[in-house]
Design a binder for this molecule. Structure first.
Ligand code: GAP
Length: 512
């Protein structure tokens, strides 16, 4: 199965099993907007809890807030979003499709990288054990040609983006002979800047004075509450403020399912530090956040850092943590050293003094900020896509199993009476009633036990608990493990401990 086919299967699986539905589906949907179903919301809430507890509960110097989506419109002038929150867009005149110019170029670069890797794989196959990869990469003419092309295109792209030179971006697209994936032609328009903020009206008067924006990031709600939290919480620098909430961007190129949405959720933390100490904290948070991702157990090699070539208007250092999605390595989280740009500008635009008196240095200053910003929906996609697995079993049957890390699984255990009679449903209900206060469980008595196992595999339930006739005599049940499919007899009294050991947040949080 190609990666594309796999991706299609996992998108339809998400809908079929109640994880993610296209928004407004009975009205033919709304592009790049999605709804989370009954299982999706459980998985999403578990990811939120993992993030929140790792930030707010494990760090005495980090507290959380929940600020409003609507904010004073001047905030977006101060933050730079009104003036600079733009994407460079280009249209293909034949297909009428619109693309982000920098994404077209990045896809082009990724294809050249792929060519290099194919050449290296060919060499490995040809030379077997004698293959010297380093030497091959340094001398093979095809590899060298593609590498030098990558370097040339990359540096021209960075220069054009940094200089905001839209004509240079277009020239580069033409020079690279990039074609529209739909029409196959090079019939491109000029590149134009497009602001990504949604606006609406507040109050009853519809004039410019009533225009407000739907926040494009949650961070600004933290900055404008800096003094409130610092004073009421008696916070001492260095300290952080965390927030989980919705953000909105009018993404023109909405692609790849929940990867790029118009309404999405962010989990952001702004860490306030002494000026001059920001790079030390930036490095620390890069490391801490990578550890957080790896602790989920999706595979260490699925993550890599990507340092930004073009820094956002507020940053003096920035990196992405990229994840290997089914469509390649893409940004999952951003870590940014935002300097004193935001607090400084809010001080200027609001006319209020936003400073911190440092009792250790006896100085007042505008703190510097290191931000960690992760898209909740992207994190969901990372967990879900790496969990999705179509398996052929020893007995020739096939199953779809979601190997979701057990602590994040939407349902922790399914309680299944072997048959719908002989007092087994009543016993199974008793077990449900015992477990439901600690774990999200499902009761299922319909169809054969094999079919019920498959249904639970398909939603990633770590344990199936089967109640049979012996249960009534010996007080034991059969517990089947989702991943190994092994079964063991367990005393009903021991179930709680067993499920807890497998699924508790504690075990993961202790690793951090
Ligand atoms: N406050 C900084 C900020 O918003 P960003 O890199 O623009 O930085 C942070 O966004 C994270 O939000 C990204 O790494 C990504 O995970 C997520 N994100 C951004 N745009 C998104 C979109 N359109 N759909 C889903 N997630 C998105």
């Amino acid at each position: 199965m190609t990666q594309e086919e796999l991706f299609k299967s996992l998108v339809s699986h998400a809908k079929e099993y109640g994880f993610i539905f296209p928004s407004s589906e009975i009205y033919d949907g709304l592009s790049a907007v999605y709804d989370y179903g009954q299982l999706g919301v459980e998985l999403k809430n578990n990811i939120k809890r993992y993030w929140w507890e790792s930030m707010v509960r494990l760090n005495e110097n980090i507290v959380g807030i929940d600020s409003a989506i609507f904010m004073h419109p001047r905030i977006w002038e101060a933050s730079g979003h009104v003036g600079a929150f733009n994407d460079p867009l280009i249209d293909n005149k034949d297909s009428k499709k619109r693309y982000r110019a920098d994404v077209l170029l990045e896809d082009y670069l990724a294809k050249l990288e792929e060519k290099i890797e194919k050449e290296v794989a060919k060499g490995r196959k040809k030379f077997g054990d004698a293959f010297d990869e380093e030497q091959f990469r340094a001398t093979n003419p095809n590899v060298l040609r593609n590498r030098s092309k990558i370097n040339e295109v990359h540096s021209r792209m960075v220069a054009a983006l940094e200089a905001n030179d839209l004509q240079a971006l277009r020239d580069l697209i033409l020079d690279c002979e990039i074609v529209c994936p739909i029409s196959g032609t090079k019939n491109w328009t000029d590149v134009r800047q497009f602001n990504l903020m949604f606006s609406t009206q507040i109050g009853s008067v519809s004039d410019d004075a009533g225009i407000i924006y739907l926040r494009p990031e949650t961070a600004q709600g933290i900055f404008v509450n800096f003094l409130n939290v610092q004073k009421t919480g008696r916070m001492k620098i260095p300290f952080g403020i965390a927030q989980i909430g919705k953000a909105f961007r009018n993404e023109i190129v909405a692609r790849q399912f929940i990867f790029r949405m118009r309404e999405f959720e962010q989990m952001e933390m702004q860490f306030f530090v002494r000026p001059g100490e920001e790079i030390k904290w930036y490095e620390k948070w890069k490391e801490t956040r990578l550890k957080w991702h790896k602790a989920m157990g999706l595979g260490d090699d699925k993550y890599r850092f990507h340092d930004h070539d073009k820094l956002a208007h507020y940053a003096n250092a920035a990196a992405d943590i990229e994840f290997e999605f089914p469509f390649g390595f893409k940004e999952l989280e951003g870590i940014h050293s935002r300097t004193d740009f935001d607090l400084g500008n809010h001080q200027k635009f609001s006319g209020r003094k936003i400073q911190y008196f440092d009792p250790e240095t006896n100085e007042s200053y505008v703190p510097y900020v290191v931000e960690t910003s992760i898209g909740l929906d992207r994190c969901f996609l990372a967990v879900y896509s790496s969990a999705y697995c179509e398996e052929k079993l020893d007995n020739g049957e096939e199953r779809v199993v979601l190997r979701i890390p057990p602590f994040l699984a939407p349902v922790k255990a399914a309680v299944l009476p072997l048959v719908k009679k002989d007092g087994l449903p009543e016993k199974a209900r008793e077990i449900m009633n015992m477990l439901k206060f600690d774990f999200n469980c499902q009761y299922d008595e319909k169809d054969s036990i094999g079919k019920r196992y498959r249904r639970q595999d398909a939603i990633g339930t770590p344990y199936c608990i089967t109640v049979d006739h012996d249960t009534l005599k010996d007080g034991c049940v059969t517990v089947r493990d989702r991943d190994t499919m092994e079964q063991e007899r367990v005393k009903i009294d021991e179930l709680k401990n067993l499920i807890d050991n497998k699924t508790s947040f504690r075990n993961i949080l202790q690793k951090l």
